[in-house]
Design a protein around this ligand. Structure first.
Ligand SMILES: CC(C)(COP(=O)(O)OP(=O)(O)OC[C@H]1O[C@@H](n2cnc3c(N)ncnc32)[C@H](O)[C@@H]1OP(=O)(O)O)[C@@H](O)C(=O)NCCC(=O)NCCS
Length: 145
Protein backbone atom coordinates (compact mmCIF):
# COMPACT_ATOMS: atom_id res chain seq x y z
CA UNK A 1 0.00 0.00 0.00
CA UNK A 2 1.35 3.38 -1.03
CA UNK A 3 0.33 6.83 0.23
CA UNK A 4 0.87 9.75 -2.10
CA UNK A 5 -0.48 13.21 -2.91
CA UNK A 6 -3.63 13.09 -5.04
CA UNK A 7 -3.68 14.30 -8.63
CA UNK A 8 -6.54 15.56 -10.76
CA UNK A 9 -6.81 12.05 -12.25
CA UNK A 10 -7.71 10.66 -8.79
CA UNK A 11 -10.68 12.98 -8.19
CA UNK A 12 -13.33 10.65 -9.66
CA UNK A 13 -12.25 7.75 -7.44
CA UNK A 14 -11.98 10.03 -4.38
CA UNK A 15 -15.52 11.26 -4.95
CA UNK A 16 -16.81 7.70 -5.27
CA UNK A 17 -15.21 6.84 -1.91
CA UNK A 18 -16.71 9.98 -0.41
CA UNK A 19 -20.20 9.09 -1.62
CA UNK A 20 -19.91 5.48 -0.46
CA UNK A 21 -18.77 6.59 3.02
CA UNK A 22 -20.96 9.65 3.59
CA UNK A 23 -23.82 9.46 1.06
CA UNK A 24 -25.77 12.69 0.69
CA UNK A 25 -23.78 14.22 3.55
CA UNK A 26 -20.52 14.03 1.61
CA UNK A 27 -18.59 16.86 -0.01
CA UNK A 28 -19.55 17.65 -3.64
CA UNK A 29 -17.11 16.64 -6.39
CA UNK A 30 -16.26 20.21 -7.35
CA UNK A 31 -15.14 20.99 -3.80
CA UNK A 32 -12.39 18.37 -4.06
CA UNK A 33 -11.24 19.98 -7.30
CA UNK A 34 -11.08 23.42 -5.69
CA UNK A 35 -9.36 22.16 -2.53
CA UNK A 36 -6.76 20.43 -4.68
CA UNK A 37 -5.97 23.91 -6.04
CA UNK A 38 -5.78 25.37 -2.53
CA UNK A 39 -3.85 22.63 -0.74
CA UNK A 40 -2.38 20.14 -3.25
CA UNK A 41 -0.22 18.58 -0.52
CA UNK A 42 -3.08 17.93 1.88
CA UNK A 43 -5.23 15.64 -0.26
CA UNK A 44 -3.61 12.22 0.08
CA UNK A 45 -4.64 8.88 -1.34
CA UNK A 46 -3.85 5.29 -0.39
CA UNK A 47 -3.26 3.09 -3.41
CA UNK A 48 -3.19 -0.68 -3.38
CA UNK A 49 -1.97 -2.40 -6.54
CA UNK A 50 -3.09 0.57 -8.61
CA UNK A 51 -6.52 0.82 -6.95
CA UNK A 52 -7.40 3.81 -4.82
CA UNK A 53 -8.61 2.44 -1.48
CA UNK A 54 -8.72 5.50 0.77
CA UNK A 55 -8.11 9.20 1.03
CA UNK A 56 -7.66 11.91 3.62
CA UNK A 57 -8.25 15.62 3.14
CA UNK A 58 -6.63 18.35 5.21
CA UNK A 59 -6.32 22.09 5.22
CA UNK A 60 -4.98 25.08 7.09
CA UNK A 61 -6.95 27.12 9.58
CA UNK A 62 -7.17 30.88 9.78
CA UNK A 63 -4.32 30.78 12.26
CA UNK A 64 -1.62 29.30 10.05
CA UNK A 65 -0.29 27.00 12.76
CA UNK A 66 -3.72 25.33 13.03
CA UNK A 67 -4.18 22.39 10.69
CA UNK A 68 -7.46 20.64 9.96
CA UNK A 69 -8.41 17.11 9.01
CA UNK A 70 -11.50 17.66 6.89
CA UNK A 71 -12.36 14.17 5.70
CA UNK A 72 -11.12 10.59 5.90
CA UNK A 73 -12.55 7.50 4.22
CA UNK A 74 -11.41 3.99 3.38
CA UNK A 75 -13.12 1.56 1.00
CA UNK A 76 -15.47 -0.56 3.12
CA UNK A 77 -13.86 -3.79 1.86
CA UNK A 78 -10.40 -2.59 2.88
CA UNK A 79 -11.10 -1.37 6.40
CA UNK A 80 -9.40 -2.71 9.51
CA UNK A 81 -5.98 -3.08 7.86
CA UNK A 82 -4.37 0.12 9.12
CA UNK A 83 -5.04 2.21 5.99
CA UNK A 84 -7.04 4.92 7.78
CA UNK A 85 -4.44 5.20 10.51
CA UNK A 86 -1.60 5.41 7.99
CA UNK A 87 -3.38 8.14 6.00
CA UNK A 88 -4.07 10.15 9.13
CA UNK A 89 -0.52 9.83 10.44
CA UNK A 90 0.86 10.86 7.06
CA UNK A 91 -1.36 13.94 6.84
CA UNK A 92 -0.65 15.01 10.44
CA UNK A 93 3.07 14.79 9.70
CA UNK A 94 2.70 16.77 6.45
CA UNK A 95 0.66 19.45 8.23
CA UNK A 96 3.23 19.68 11.02
CA UNK A 97 6.06 19.92 8.48
CA UNK A 98 4.13 22.75 6.78
CA UNK A 99 3.94 24.79 9.97
CA UNK A 100 0.71 23.40 11.49
CA UNK A 101 1.91 21.54 14.60
CA UNK A 102 -1.59 21.14 16.01
CA UNK A 103 -4.58 19.72 14.17
CA UNK A 104 -8.33 19.75 14.65
CA UNK A 105 -11.13 17.61 13.28
CA UNK A 106 -14.79 16.98 13.92
CA UNK A 107 -16.48 13.63 14.44
CA UNK A 108 -20.04 12.57 15.14
CA UNK A 109 -20.32 11.46 18.79
CA UNK A 110 -21.57 8.03 17.64
CA UNK A 111 -18.82 7.47 15.07
CA UNK A 112 -16.51 4.76 16.35
CA UNK A 113 -13.70 6.33 14.31
CA UNK A 114 -13.25 8.49 17.42
CA UNK A 115 -11.26 5.56 18.82
CA UNK A 116 -8.77 5.89 15.97
CA UNK A 117 -8.44 9.63 16.58
CA UNK A 118 -7.88 9.21 20.31
CA UNK A 119 -5.23 6.57 19.64
CA UNK A 120 -3.36 9.15 17.56
CA UNK A 121 -3.47 11.76 20.32
CA UNK A 122 -6.60 13.74 19.48
CA UNK A 123 -8.49 14.92 22.57
CA UNK A 124 -11.98 16.29 23.01
CA UNK A 125 -12.01 20.08 22.85
CA UNK A 126 -15.74 20.91 22.59
CA UNK A 127 -19.04 19.34 21.58
CA UNK A 128 -21.52 21.32 19.46
CA UNK A 129 -25.07 19.96 19.33
CA UNK A 130 -25.82 21.63 15.95
CA UNK A 131 -22.37 21.87 14.36
CA UNK A 132 -23.71 21.02 10.88
CA UNK A 133 -27.29 22.14 11.59
CA UNK A 134 -30.19 20.69 13.61
CA UNK A 135 -29.56 17.12 14.85
CA UNK A 136 -26.03 17.20 13.46
CA UNK A 137 -23.83 17.21 16.57
CA UNK A 138 -20.06 16.98 16.29
CA UNK A 139 -17.21 16.65 18.71
CA UNK A 140 -14.28 18.91 17.95
CA UNK A 141 -11.05 17.05 18.66
CA UNK A 142 -7.65 18.69 18.98
CA UNK A 143 -4.20 17.17 18.69
CA UNK A 144 -1.50 19.46 20.06
CA UNK A 145 1.87 19.36 18.35
C1 LIG B 1 -12.77 5.64 9.96
C2 LIG B 1 -12.09 4.83 8.85
C3 LIG B 1 -11.43 5.79 7.88
C4 LIG B 1 -11.01 3.96 9.49
O1 LIG B 1 -10.28 3.34 8.45
P1 LIG B 1 -9.57 1.91 8.64
O2 LIG B 1 -8.60 1.76 7.55
O3 LIG B 1 -10.59 0.86 8.79
O4 LIG B 1 -8.85 2.13 10.06
P2 LIG B 1 -7.56 1.37 10.53
O5 LIG B 1 -7.60 -0.04 10.05
O6 LIG B 1 -6.36 2.18 10.18
O7 LIG B 1 -7.74 1.37 12.09
C5 LIG B 1 -6.82 2.06 12.90
C6 LIG B 1 -7.19 1.84 14.34
O8 LIG B 1 -8.45 2.43 14.63
C7 LIG B 1 -9.35 1.44 15.06
N1 LIG B 1 -10.61 1.69 14.35
C8 LIG B 1 -10.73 2.10 13.08
N2 LIG B 1 -12.02 2.23 12.74
C9 LIG B 1 -12.71 1.88 13.85
C10 LIG B 1 -14.06 1.78 14.12
N3 LIG B 1 -15.00 2.07 13.21
N4 LIG B 1 -14.41 1.36 15.34
C11 LIG B 1 -13.47 1.06 16.28
N5 LIG B 1 -12.16 1.15 16.07
C12 LIG B 1 -11.79 1.55 14.87
C13 LIG B 1 -8.77 0.10 14.63
O9 LIG B 1 -9.14 -0.93 15.51
C14 LIG B 1 -7.31 0.36 14.67
O10 LIG B 1 -6.81 0.22 15.98
P3 LIG B 1 -5.34 -0.41 16.20
O11 LIG B 1 -4.38 0.56 15.56
O12 LIG B 1 -5.23 -0.44 17.67
O13 LIG B 1 -5.36 -1.74 15.53
C15 LIG B 1 -13.10 3.91 8.11
O14 LIG B 1 -13.78 3.12 9.06
C16 LIG B 1 -14.13 4.66 7.28
O15 LIG B 1 -13.88 4.99 6.11
N6 LIG B 1 -15.31 4.95 7.86
C17 LIG B 1 -16.39 5.64 7.15
C18 LIG B 1 -16.06 7.12 6.99
C19 LIG B 1 -15.87 7.80 8.34
O16 LIG B 1 -16.63 7.63 9.27
N7 LIG B 1 -14.79 8.62 8.38
C20 LIG B 1 -14.47 9.39 9.57
C21 LIG B 1 -15.33 10.60 9.64
S1 LIG B 1 -14.94 11.60 11.06
Amino acid sequence: MKIRAATKADLGAIFRLEQAAFGSHGYPDFLFRQLLELWPHFLLVAENEGVLVGYVLGGMGEAKEQGWILSLAVDERQRGQGIGKALLQHLCRDLADSGCPSQRLTVHPDNSAAGLYRALGFQLETTESDYFGPDEPRQVLLRRG
